[in-house]
Design a binder for this molecule. Structure first.
Ligand code: GSH
Length: 255
């Protein structure tokens, strides 16, 4: 199957999930439109007209005419939610981009890696950033991912959708540690976190960060200042309401 139809991505700056999709689109050299959704001030039309199943991003619309914000995709367009499903879809429609390796064993590794990111790493990130879980817990998970990396290169060797799945999480985590106040932890913890990431214990992970950062796909899609500004709005909302995301809410944290 080769790509011929229009691609529209509904995305939000602060969310790592649509960022995954953008990375894969860029790696594939795809032409696509983006419609930005402000999750901290979500307009009604998005859930009503575009994504009634929870109003989440990302949503990829495949086919149909060019869309304007607040317009419903046409009936003949296909709407695909769930970032890892979209990543696999892009690997299917852009076979020449090799977003997935050809070797079935490596393909299985990509999928296992993506499951681990979506379960272990995201859980650890939310626990650390919002719920006051200790730095050691997230560092232990990072060590597990570091141990899965091959001696050089990306998650399974050549760049793949496994790297698209993890990079937005890793970059956001480092940004939160670098910028005091963005996470629900004190500056001392942030400093310890950055020191740990820069220590010899994480030498392989640091190399991985550098390799990801050097990809044109990351350079084009990562604007740390912009993401930090939206993360600050999210943390502000959390401190006032206990809302972590559209599905998770805790009692208002004590200062
Ligand atoms: N499992 C989904 C997660 C998507 C998700 O949770 N997106 C959040 C942003 S991080 C969202 O759009 N939430 C709706 C909201 O905040 O209103 C995926 O991988 O695409």
């Amino acid at each position: 199957m080769s790509e011929t139809k229009r691609i529209t991505l509904y995305s939000a700056i602060d969310s790592p999930f649509p960022h995954r999709v953008r990375l894969a689109l860029e790696e594939a050299g795809a032409t696509y439109d983006i419609i930005w959704i402000d999750l901290m001030n979500k307009e009604e039309w998005y859930e009503k007209k575009v994504n009634p199943a929870g109003g989440k991003v990302p949503l990829l619309v495949y086919g149909g005419p060019k869309l304007h914000p607040d317009e419903a995709p046409s009936a003949d367009a296909v709407k695909i939610p769930e970032s890892t499903v979209i990543l696999e879809f892009l690997a299917d429609i852009f076979p020449d981009a090799h977003l997935l390796p050809d070797d079935p064993v490596l393909r299985a590794r990509v999928r296992l890696w993506n499951v681990a990111v979506d379960t272990k790493l995201i859980k650890a990130l939310l626990g650390f950033v919002f719920l006051g879980e200790p730095l050691e817990s997230i560092l232990a998970v990072l060590e597990e991912f570091q141990a899965m990396l091959p001696p050089t290169g990306f998650a399974v060797g050549e760049w793949s959708i496994a790297d698209a799945a993890i990079a937005p999480i890793l970059f956001r985590l480092r940004m939160l540690m670098k910028t005091p106040g963005l996470g629900n932890f004190g500056p001392e913890v942030a400093r310890e976190g950055m020191e740990a990431l820069q220590s010899p214990m994480f030498a392989r992970l640091q190399q991985y960060y550098d390799d990801l950062e050097a990809r044109p796909s990351m350079m084009k899609t990562w604007n740390e200042e912009e993401v930090a500004a939206t993360a600050a709005r999210r943390m502000d909302r959390f401190r006032k309401t206990g809302i972590m995301n559209s599905e998770m809410r805790v009692p208002i944290p004590s200062v």
